[in-house]
Design a protein around this ligand. Structure first.
Ligand SMILES: [Zn+2]
Length: 386
């Protein structure tokens, strides 16, 4: 079975070559203009070419009251992240046909321009004037909720995201709720300190159909170690130990707790049917009196333990490994090739996928591990006594 990676990301597509249904009937003459300057003009060229702009400008010269032409003038600029210019053209489309373009403008400001106050204004105005609607797979309440999340108005975010979920349940049933609606609802609960409710929603997201990739950033065992575990996980501390012992114990407690977190995530995955996999790694290690009489990281005093990190995968029983899967824990690997390794493991097809870089592939090729400032990990730390 082929597996594809579908990241949980907000991926939206600004329609460009699809002719939307026109709310307002446009006159015969306007139809002809659209036919001549859009269909047989601009659309014959890529939207980033000057020909595209020229055709639309010519059309607007014929009739500057066609909202769709202004929207098409703005569209390439959104894609090129020239938001101010895009908005100046899009505003003209809105002025000519509010019902058709105002909610779209709010959506674009929210997701692309990330101007949340401006987006809120458009989205809520639209709602007042015309009621709720959908924009690109989500309700207006969803985008309103996202804007409030970004502006730290968590109460209002929660209300709107909850409304969005309820609306979808009412309309189409529990299974139809988009996982991103639930995901951001969980974030709103989390931000409000309602952790149990947040977990409940996250669990629902996990159980929903569809392929997902989830990235979890853990604080792990970063300094200050004593702040990385709750009291219940204070397993190794002894009263009256030396400073060094105390630091080591705190570090061990932090590792103990981090292990528990990773274990809990795997346990959760085990409870969900399907082809599930988990990859765990960390961004760096710490020296906790291992190779020198200090703890933490110090670029002036590099130690092996700063670069040696955990890296493992867990897969469910049904998980289908790639045909050329091979794992050898002694392979010399660096995590800058995690992208290729993960992609290979999950069967992602991409033109830049190089299996020689995947630690899970038979064709994996070792290379020099230059970790920092030309320091070769395999010679620098091992030359004297190892
Ligand atoms: Zn770090």
């Amino acid at each position: 079975m082929k597996k594809h990676l579908l990241p949980i990301l907000l991926c939206f597509f600004i329609s460009c070559n699809k002719k939307p249904t026109q709310e307002k009937p446009i006159g015969k003459n306007q139809d002809e203009i659209l036919n001549t300057y859009l269909k047989n003009g601009a659309w014959k060229h890529h939207y980033t070419t000057k020909e595209w702009d020229e055709w639309i400008n010519k059309g607007l010269k014929q009739d500057s009251t066609i909202a769709y032409l202004w929207q098409q003038r703005a569209m390439p600029l959104w894609k090129q992240k020239k938001y101010q210019l895009a908005i100046s053209y899009f505003d003209k489309a809105v002025a000519l046909d509010r019902k058709k373009w105002l909610s779209r403008l709010g959506f674009l400001k929210c997701i692309f321009a990330k101007d949340y106050n401006a987006a809120l204004k458009d989205l809520t105005t639209y709602k007042q004037e015309f009621g709720s609607t959908y924009e690109q797979d989500h309700s207006l309440e969803f985008y309103i909720g996202l804007c409030y999340l970004q502006l730290n108005h968590y109460d209002k975010a929660l209300v709107n995201l909850q409304e969005s979920v309820n609306y979808e349940i009412d309309q189409h049933g529990e299974n139809w709720v988009h996982y991103l609606d639930r995901f951001y609802l969980a974030i709103a609960f989390y931000e409000l300190g309602e952790y149990k409710k947040a977990i409940l929603e996250f669990d629902k997201v996990l159980k929903q159909n569809g392929k997902k990739v989830i990235f979890i950033r853990l604080l792990g065992t970063h300094f200050d170690y004593k702040n990385r575990y709750p009291f219940d996980f204070n397993k190794f501390s002894k009263i009256g130990g030396s400073f060094k012992t105390e630091i080591k114990n705190q570090y061990d407690n932090a590792v103990f707790y981090n292990d528990f977190i990773v274990y809990s995530i795997i346990k959760k995955l085990k409870g969900i049917k399907g082809n599930n996999a988990l990859l765990y790694t960390s961004d760096h290690g710490e020296n906790v009196f291992d190779d020198g009489d200090f703890f933490g990281r110090n670029e002036a005093n590099l130690t092996k333990s700063m670069f040696e990190i955990p890296f493992f995968i867990w897969t469910s029983d049904s998980f289908e490994l790639p045909k050329d899967f091979q794992f050898d824990s002694n392979r010399k690997f660096m995590t800058d090739h995690t992208y290729e390794s993960l992609g290979h493991l999950l069967g992602v097809k991409h033109k830049d996928m190089d299996f020689n870089k995947s630690i899970f592939s038979k064709s994996f090729k070792e290379r020099e591990r230059n970790v920092v400032n030309g320091v070769n990990f395999d010679t620098h730390f091992f030359k004297s006594n190892e």
